[in-house]
Design a protein around this ligand. Structure first.
Ligand code: NDP
Length: 450
């Protein structure tokens, strides 16, 4: 094999930008990983020779398709669906499906890229993928959501399979949507197989999957604090979002003796200085998943709380911050506000919620900062366990899965420390990037040029 020229980091990024015009989220995600990897591989000729980084930053395949459905008023509606299969070096493609009007090919490529490293970090045999559609489930009837999910799966089914690609939920895709999609897959293929995770418990779902991402993000926070000689107990926490990840993160913080002050949605955030306890979290879960209402309605029920329309919660003074809504929801100024107010640790339940400038603020201030690819890996890890359960036709109980999740998060934290600790400080971004990259890269080396 010819020895490839060693391009430097700026030249590499120029190439990524040129090949992916207008795909800002994808470029941002590649940049965040590549800057650490360049440093790691500078004296490792085999990775350069095999062009590993260049290959990982090019998805194996991007499938895009039309999703046609009929609304309740008999209007024909047309949406665009995608599945991005980024890398299957260490296992079948695995990653969620997102239904949100902001979904684009760039967003899904960034998520599939990140997922590759996250899945590798779990230590389980899963490659990276992501999918979705620019469909907004908000305000749609159950029948409309069902028809959309069925139409989406009518195309998607030919690209997935239990040993090929196993999607799960993400923003806008919860138990209801997974049920409709699984039913349609089964109807088309006449096969019951573990082709989706996040399924209901009646039909092969894992008992811990709904809680796994939010609980896992708090376990990651707990591990960071413990490593520095601290604890969650008695600390205040600011959380964004009010969906699956945010509500379960709030639940675990509360169980560990912390006090949650905020939750949010795309309309604004609520601030409850008395703390959002379990009864209030249950109210929010019901509000969001059954009534499908807005977070502002929290203040109709709990008079001590205030609603801040169109705002994000990062100005509220706290010890711990958990962004659990969406990408780029915490910018440089907001990171500075958190640091100024004395935040000790940040654990990302969402994917890439902090902008690159915001990450730099945390880095420079030496804040304990757990990036999404490590901190929110608990969800996909339990999805990996759900895949094993389905293949073996067995099921583990809630308690056993809870222990496994705790161990998995401890393991991920340990890998970040192994590759990211220097002079008594842990750079969790660097640790996660290098540990995640190494396993995938070594598998790719074993395959030769493919
Ligand atoms: P949900 O759909 O359950 O909740 C999403 C929450 O984020 C809602 O409160 C929503 O508000 C809010 N939100 C969405 N878009 C925006 C926006 N543009 N601005 C402000 N708020 C917004 O999704 P999840 O809880 O499952 O996912 C949240 C994050 O966690 C995502 O980044 C996802 O990729 C990540 N994640 C999820 C995993 C999982 O297991 N579910 C696994 C790993 C990561 P509204 O109701 O107004 O839309």
């Amino acid at each position: 094999m010819a020895v490839a020229d060693h391009v430097d980091f700026p030249t590499f990024m120029e190439g990524v930008k040129k090949r992916n015009p207008g795909q800002t989220e994808f470029v941002q995600a590649v940049q965040e990983v590549a800057q650490d990897i360049f440093e790691f591989i500078k004296d490792k000729e085999e990775y350069h020779e095999a062009q590993i980084l260049r290959r990982i930053a090019e998805p194996d395949r991007v499938v895009s398709f039309r999703v046609c459905w009929e609304d309740d008023n008999h209007n024909i509606r047309v949406q665009r669906g995608w599945r991005v299969q980024n890398n299957n070096a260490i296992g079948p493609y695995k990653g969620g499906i997102r239904f949100h009007p902001s979904v684009t090919e760039s967003v899904l490529k960034f998520l599939a890229f990140e997922q590759t490293f996250k899945n590798s970090l779990t230590g389980l045999p899963m490659g990276g993928g992501k999918g979705g559609a620019n469909f907004n489930p908000r305000g749609k009837s159950d029948s409309e959501v069902m028809r959309f999910c069925q139409s989406f799966m009518t195309e998607l089914y030919r690209h997935i399979g239990p040993d090929t690609d196993v999607p799960a939920g993400d923003i806008g895709v919860g138990g209801r949507e997974i049920g409709y999609m699984f039913g349609q897959y089964k109807r088309i293929t006449n096969r019951w197989e573990g082709v989706l995770t996040g399924k209901g418990q009646e039909y092969g779902g894992s008992q811990m999957r709904p809680e796994a991402t939010g609980y896992g993000a708090v376990y990651f926070m707990q591990n960071m604090l413990k490593h520095a000689g601290h604890d969650v107990e008695g600390k205040t926490a600011v959380i964004s979002g009010s969906g699956n990840v945010a509500t379960h993160a709030a639940e675990k913080i509360t169980q560990l003796g912390g006090k949650v002050l905020t939750l949010s949605d795309s309309g604004g955030f609520i601030h409850d200085p008395d703390g959002i306890d379990q009864a209030k979290i249950d109210f929010v879960k019901h509000l969001k998943t059954v009534k499908r209402g807005r977070i502002s309605e929290y203040c109709d029920e709990y008079k001590g709380a205030s609603f801040h329309e169109g705002k994000r919660p990062w100005d509220v003074e706290c010890d711990l911050a958990l962004p659990c809504a969406t990408q780029n929801e915490l910018n440089e100024d907001e990171a500075k506000a958190l640091v100024k107010n004395g935040v000790q640790a940040v654990s990302e339940g969402a994917n890439m919620p902090t902008t690159l400038d915001g990450v730099k603020v945390f880095h420079d201030a030496k804040i304990m900062y757990g990036p999404g690819k490590a901190a929110n890996a608990g969800g996909v890890a339990v999805s990996g366990l759900e895949m094993s359960q389905n293949s073996e036709r067995i099921s583990w109980n809630h308690e056993r899965l809870g222990e496994m999740l705790t161990e998995l998060m401890e393991g991920i934290h340990g890998k970040c420390v192994e590759y990211g600790e220097k002079d008594g400080h842990v750079d969790y971004v660097k640790g996660a990037n290098i540990a995640g990259f190494k396993k995938v890269a070594d598998a790719m080396l074993a395959f030769g040029v493919v």
